[in-house]
Design a protein around this ligand. Structure first.
Ligand code: UDP
Length: 328
């Protein structure tokens, strides 16, 4: 029995591979390396460099490795790009997922874990947001992911397939043992950008909007540590193998931090008072988005271990330093 991890050479996928190995599972990685890295896949783990949307190839992999579960991370994830290239997002995130689900069904894989997103809610209004909130994604990215949830729901009715869709809030931090972290060349996420500013890899950073209806005027987000998130997938796997029902669950800590708080913590942790400028709001940013995590804790038994923003920021900074040393 082995677990196929699409996108296993990427940020969250590589932490999943580590979590699977730590749990004594056998991961197999399928990644086209469009944004992932060979070095992010631990030695001894099979890495198939191929398009995950190629159903015939996936069928071979399922049979060859006796795959019993698929954890599907591979996707394009830049919301802004999804607005300018919607069809590329629907192709990569939606059509290819359809092929993957089809291959799973045909190959007798009964368990599917899908990397979904808080973007399926759009701007929910009520915080913390529960899974029963209205699904109203505001971007092609959010829609491309929501459509996959729907395909899984329908496929689960028609076929012998059960799934867990995990809706990630803001993923951050790095493996506490320093084995992996966020390595993308083009950073857009707040904590990574702040780490680069602290290390002098960029001249400074901007706060996008300080006039939101939040306590300090900057946006509130629920930052979840990446290994905690990977463990949520392990809990989902256990749930499905034990015969649990298909379910969609939020992944977050149920409390938010503001952009200004995050930057202050980065300055404290790094000891560097890097330049910060106040800028206009970034288009499409909701003021606050915080998860209710009642469902994942009660239904999957998930328990966070790294619910500490200072520690998350410290991990992100340590990883950024390591990454910079590696490439220079
Ligand atoms: N943000 C910021 N400056 C940056 C990057 C992000 O002020 O250089 C803000 C962004 O506007 C949002 C929050 O930080 O309010 C989190 O953004 P991120 O891109 O990390 O995640 P998102 O919530 O958009 O998925």
């Amino acid at each position: 029995m082995a677990v196929l991890v699409t996108g296993g050479a990427g940020y969250i996928g590589s932490h999943m591979v580590l979590a699977l190995l730590d749990a004594g599972e056998t991961p197999v990685v399928l990644d086209d390396l469009s944004t992932g890295f060979v070095w992010a896949v631990p030695e001894g783990v099979p890495l198939i460099v191929h398009d995950y949307g190629d159903g015939a190839r996936v069928a071979q992999i399922i049979a060859h490795y006796s795959i019993d579960a698929i954890v599907h991370f591979a996707a394009k994830i830049v919301v802004e790009d999804s607005v300018s290239e919607p069809l590329a997002y629907y192709d990569n995130n939606t059509s290819k997922s359809r092929n993957l689900i089809e291959a799973a069904v045909a190959g007798g894989v009964k368990h599917f874990i899908f990397s979904s997103t808080a973007a399926v809610y759009g701007e929910p209004g009520d915080e913390p947001v529960s899974e029963d909130a209205r699904l109203a994604p505001m971007s092609p990215y959010g829609r491309s992911k929501l459509m996959v949830e729907w395909m899984l729901e329908d496929a689960g009715v028609a076929h012998d397939l059960r799934y867990v869709a995990l809706r990630y809030f803001n993923v951050a931090g790095a493996d506490p043992q320093g084995r992996s972290g966020e390595s993308t060349a083009h950073a857009t996420h707040l904590i990574k950008i702040a780490a680069q500013a602290a290390l002098g890899l960029r001249p400074g950073m901007k706060i996008f909007g300080t006039d939101y209806a939040t306590p300090d005027g900057s946006c509130l987000r629920d930052y979840i540590q990446v290994s905690d998130l990977a463990r949520a997938h392990l809990d989902a796997l256990r749930h499905l193998r034990a015969g649990g029902q298909s379910i969609a669950c939020n992944c977050g800590y149920a409390h938010g931090a503001s952009v200004i708080e995050v930057i202050d913590i980065m300055k404290k942790v790094s000891g560097v008072d890097f330049p910060v400028t106040l800028a206009e709001r970034r288009a499409g940013d909701p003021a606050a988005i915080v998860a209710s995590n009642a469902r994942i804790t009660s239904q999957l038994g998930w328990q966070p271990q790294f619910d500490d923003l200072t520690e998350i920021v410290r991990q992100a900074l340590a990883w950024e330093r390591r990454l910079h040393e590696r490439t220079n």
